[in-house]
Design a protein around this ligand. Structure first.
Ligand SMILES: Nc1nc2c([nH]c(=O)n2[C@@H]2O[C@H](COP(=O)(O)OP(=O)(O)OP(=O)(O)O)[C@@H](O)[C@H]2O)c(=O)[nH]1
Length: 336
């Protein structure tokens, strides 16, 4: 049976990450039944029985369907032919916002940066689309090459431990790595903040002016939008809005952003100033007025493919939000 389980393949410059297929079993077995590959992996036996490839592929489908793990085939393209290169996986830790990253690459594909390209893509996808805050992994102490892959992704060494290695029939020392969305590299550089008219004094941080809005529906629920993959803080939930463009008032900017992002028309008279965030965001200082709006025209639609959620005020804290938003959420909860 071939099924892609409604999982849209993830692409990188050279690779595609897609659910494993029953037909991959023979090639997967050929690649992984190799001591040079298995010796670094903790949960894989050696020799690797051919039937295990079938069983394992079936188990990855069950995990994908239940949302507990995302084990994907790493495939490349040789002309018109798809080539299986290895596997990469993200496994959710029970009752936490962490997931474990793992990968292996067939020996003949070593030395081309495949692992970092695939693992980086899956880790960033996971942070953007699943309710995750941290990615962790462990590698054998002697596996410096794999440690370098994790460092390239931005994960930091978080400690030492021991893990059981099936093919070695024993416990061996491992190095643990961990990181969150702020650590993950390869984000496109953030657009330069809009600097208000007066140049900041030498050495002062530029001020970024962002207007945001809590849309409140007739049931008293507040709209949150999820920051999409590829942007800084991808996966966090925020109030719709955006940066002021040159010459705009905060109200102008909100009216424009709400139309662009959500397809609704709001009038300045319906934007009630509520509170503001003043937050040191590192490279710049964020000043963000937050408005309340209960009346608009049109139907709220995700015009930019972003996930949207209407959230009861007492549930707002279940959503991971940028640090600047935390005090705003508390005020909003008390007010609504
Ligand atoms: N809209 C909005 N932005 C927020 C919130 N909290 C918060 O820290 N911000 C920050 O304010 C800035 C909003 O800018 P933006 O939405 O126009 O721009 P962006 O970084 O998403 O990318 P862009 O330049 O491609 O538009 C980002 O740095 C964002 O992280 C919030 O609740 N709503």
């Amino acid at each position: 049976m071939t099924t892609d389980l409604d999982f849209a393949p993830l692409r990188t410059e050279r690779l595609t990450l897609r659910p494993l297929r029953a037909e991959d079993a023979a090639e997967l077995h050929r690649l992984i039944n190799d001591w040079e590959v298995v010796r670094w992996l903790s949960r894989v036996p050696f020799p690797y029985p051919r039937e295990l490839a079938d069983d394992w592929i079936a188990s990855t489908h069950r995990q994908l369907a239940e949302g507990s793990a995302w084990h994907l085939a790493i495939v490349g393209q040789d002309g018109d032919t798809e080539v299986l290169v290895g596997c990469v996986g993200l496994t959710r830790e029970a009752d936490s916002r962490r997931a474990e990253l793992g990968y292996w690459v067939g020996r003949r594909f070593w030395g081309h940066g495949v692992a970092a390209e695939a693992a980086g893509r899956l880790a960033r996808w996971g942070l953007a689309h699943l309710d995750l805050d941290r990615i962790f992994a462990h590698v054998l102490e002697e596996n410096a090459r794999s440690g370098a892959v994790l460092q390239r992704l931005g994960l930091k060494e978080s400690g030492r431990a021991e893990a059981h290695f099936l093919a070695r029939n024993g416990r061996l020392p491992v190095v643990c790595f961990e990181g969150g969305r702020e650590d993950m590299t390869e984000f496109p550089p953030t657009a330069e903040p809009v600097v208000p008219k007066a140049e900041p004094a030498a050495g002062a941080k530029p001020m970024l002016l962002v207007a945001a809005c809590a849309l409140v529906d007739p049931d008293g629920r507040v709209l949150l939008a999820r920051r999409p993959e590829g942007k800084p803080m991808a996966g966090l939930w925020e109030f719709p809005g955006g940066k002021l463009e040159a010459g705009e008032t905060p109200e102008d900017a909100l009216i424009r952003e709400l139309r662009e992002e959500l397809g609704i028309d709001v009038s300045a008279a319906c934007l009630a100033p509520f509170t503001f965030a003043s937050h040191d965001a590192g490279r710049f200082h964020l000043l963000m007025p937050l408005y309340l709006c209960r009346r608009w025209e049109g139907t709220v639609t995700a015009r930019e493919g972003q996930a949207l959620a209407w959230v009861r005020p007492n549930k707002l804290s279940d959503y991971a939000m940028p640090p600047a938003d935390k005090p705003l959420v508390a005020l909003l909860r008390d007010f609504l």
